[in-house]
Design a protein around this ligand. Sequence first.
Ligand code: ATP
Length: 449
Amino acid sequence: MADPDVMDKLVSLAKRRGYVFQSSEIYGGTGSVWDYGPLGVELKRNIRESWWSRMVLQREDVEGMDSAILMNPKVWEASGHVEGFTDPLVECRTCKKRFRQDQLAQMACGRKPSQAPGEAESCELGEPRLFNLMFRTFMGPVQDDGHTVYLRPETAQGSYVNFLNVQQTARQKVPFGIAQIGKAFRNEITPGNFIFRTREFEQAEMQFFVKPDADDEWFDYWSAERMAWHRSLGIRPDRLRMHEHGPDELAHYAKKAVDVEYHFPFGWKELEGVHNRTDFDLARHQETSGKRLEYIDSGAGERFLPYVIETAVGVDRTLLAVLADAYVEEEVEGETRVLLKLHPRLAPMKAAVFPLVKKDGLPEIARGIVKDLRRAALPAFYDESGSIGRRYRRQDEAGTPWCVTVDGESAEDGTVTVRDRDSLDQVRVPAEGLVEWFRDRLAEADPAS
Ligand code: ATP
């Protein structure tokens, strides 16, 4: 069941624990832009690294690159974005809000989605007009049409225009891919649902170049592979599904498309798109630039424009799915416990270390453990304030998988207690062996490797 209340709880937890803050909050915020706090930035980095490791580092047939946000404006003419990257905008004269015509269910003045535009008494709709979603600015000091540039709305075009640079310098043969993670900007008409739809966001995209007759086979391969990645993040399988686009949903460049969808608290929504873009983009760039972009297969003695299978996922949107999926409220001894059951590999902090009391040398032992763990690239947090129960609760909400308590026995025999966030089980472990102990647990919990 979709549960919109969970979103309010998540937004407030995200702020309370330092995951996500509203951008420019002291000035009343900015239209749908968010900042990542100390824990959020680590979670985001872990998601990015999981993608990069699986898509680039573990494969010989995908190369990474990082293209610039600003590009020659001809790129966006060739790609069709200047003309066609538009949404139909309608304005309601009653509530004065602007909506995407294809998302009228969200209208603020209470109009029901089943009613045809203009039917409701409370609502007066204007004529739809096409609104281009690209942000525009000027390159250099002269601010006129001749100096217009765009903030990229996707990373993909940077990979297409560098197709031959990457292929030749990395000495790749088709089939191979180009992967990028980077910021994208879209002047969305109706942003919302926290970090689900924003105007500045991050994408992790991979363009896989194949022989034109091998496109269906690779499309199926990448659809399955991408679903497997989402599952590897620990997201519950019953909240993930595939949705194939019908003919009326397909983008202008796509022959076939599937979305990986997640069951968010506000319903099933797209998390990632896998698209068969054919040779549309390379053909358009070849035509507009006048430069040949064909791949030369010297072995077979042929040249051709490859087809492209694209996988495109939002990093922020994945982070929201990961948070929403991890959010759990449960009853423990008559009290409600709120926890984030984050996959240990994604969790920003791997451990929190507490001295049971602030005396008898326990704080020093605990601080020593934090230092050792951090040196071993296991982020750990020291906390001596409040009762042990309160310290546990803070870490449960922050999603820290393990809490280490240093007590009187630790000073005598060098052992500490490790408490598991999910099972609440406690075990005694020698403090000296903690780094190995955590590494073993992380390796056990890591289905992606
Ligand atoms: P939508 O239909 O939701 O507008 P789209 O089909 O235009 O999305 P793509 O262009 O395929 O999306 O972008 C790939 C991915 O980038 C999406 O699946 C999503 O995860 C992410 N994404 C797209 N737009 C936004 C946005 N405004 N805010 C956050 N993430 C986004």
